[in-house]
Ligand binder design. Structure first.
Ligand code: DAH
Length: 365
């Protein structure tokens, strides 16, 4: 069947052929201007229904013997024209062009908006803390979140049944009663066990910070979350003293909260340090005058620290004999990342960090 664009040829004289082919050439130019490259190719050069095929079947093959040559010459010219019109666009450009047109884009419509990702405020604070220590020459380590009773408690000088264990309400993995207590698994309640994992791996000197996630069986409220983050620190060398600890943490607090901040060290207790201290900073909200945030005291408690207890070194010395408390000394500290982030950014609900509300998180973009 003849395509409507290709009428039947009735006369084969030169003038009739010129006219018929001229009309096809005009059509080809028109469709080259109107169609994208791929559609044009299909319409004219398509293997089955392309117009050139139709002309070849309907005009050339059907032409009476004497007219074949005249039709053939003109067909060749038409074919070259179609190919020339098609040229000028590579295949990828052709495909892109086809895709663009297929979408029928209205360029006056607003575009598809992709949200820019940004660091979570906890990640950002954690990195900031770590980089203060990196600048002091500390390395960075990590340890497992599912820990054994031995690393989380026993080697950190919380013996079985010791009341200090009650200060860290622990989530334990179920059905392990058949294992010895020290091998039972729990979700680590602090990053301190990585102190021991580090010392077992390397002899002193050690200067390391350990950021990570910790878990406690605490009810959630404005300032408590059962999952939170800590940055642990450990420094062991010859002649490390409490004044090294004070200088290091005073510098860190000034780096994090501004050089006007003062620190003070308040006697405290942790099983794995002796002596132990809580570090307080002068209230960043009132400058130390006393306000609601610091309960009128002018000070805010921020982290725990102390000199590594010889009992902890004794556990480390089982694997690395260089941890001999007669020859070396060290300090350790541990800070809560959420608490520091809440202070820095004036956030009053710890839950905001974990709720996944984009209106909150977007403010840190
Ligand atoms: N592990 C303690 C806690 O989670 C924090 C801490 C206190 C870590 C004193 C230390 C330290 O390394 O010396 O409450």
């Amino acid at each position: 069947m003849m395509n409507e664009a290709i009428p039947n040829l009735t006369a084969f004289d030169e003038a009739a052929l010129d006219k018929a082919f001229a009309s096809l050439e005009a059509q080809a130019r028109e469709s080259a201007a109107a169609l994208d490259v791929e559609a044009f190719r299909l319409k004219w050069l398509g293997r089955k229904q392309g117009l050139l095929n139709e002309v070849s079947d309907g005009w050339l093959k059907a032409a009476p013997g004497p007219a074949k040559k005249a039709v053939g010459q003109r067909f060749k010219v038409l074919k070259e024209l179609v190919e020339a019109l098609l040229e000028g666009a590579g295949p990828t450009e052709a495909a892109a062009d086809a895709a663009l047109r297929a979408e029928a884009i209205d360029i006056s419509l607003p575009g598809t908006r992709r949200l820019t990702g940004s660091e979570h405020p906890i990640t950002r604070t954690l990195n900031e803390i770590v980089s203060v220590f990196a600048a002091l020459g500390y390395s960075v380590g990590v340890g497992p979140e599912v820990e054994t009773d031995f690393y989380n408690f026993e080697c950190m000088n919380f013996p079985p049944g010791h009341p200090a264990r009650d200060t860290q309400d622990t989530l334990v993995v179920a059905a392990q009663e058949r294992k010895p207590l020290r091998d039972r698994l729990l979700l680590r309640t602090h990053t301190s066990p990585v102190q021991m994992r580090t010392m077992e791996q390397q002899p002193p000197p050690v200067r390391i910070v350990i950021p990570g996630k910790v878990h406690r069986n605490d009810a959630a409220d404005a300032t408590h979350s059962p999952i939170f983050h800590q940055v642990e620190g450990l420094c062991v060398d010859t002649n490390i003293t409490f004044s090294d600890l004070k200088g290091t943490l005073d510098h860190t607090m000034k780096a994090l909260f501004g050089s006007a901040v003062k620190t003070r060290f308040f006697p405290s207790f942790f099983p794995f340090t002796e002596p132990s201290a809580d570090v307080q900073i002068s209230c960043i909200f009132c400058g130390g005058k006393g306000c609601r945030k610091c309960k009128q005291s002018g000070w805010i408690e921020l982290l725990g620290c102390g000199m590594v207890d010889p009992a902890v070194f004794a556990f480390a010395a089982e694997k690395q004999s260089a941890y001999d408390p007669k020859k070396i000394s060290g300090f350790a500290f541990g800070m809560g990342v959420e608490r520091i982030a809440m202070m820095k950014y004036g956030i009053s609900e710890i839950g905001s960090f974990f709720a996944g509300d984009m209106r909150f998180l977007g403010q840190f973009a």
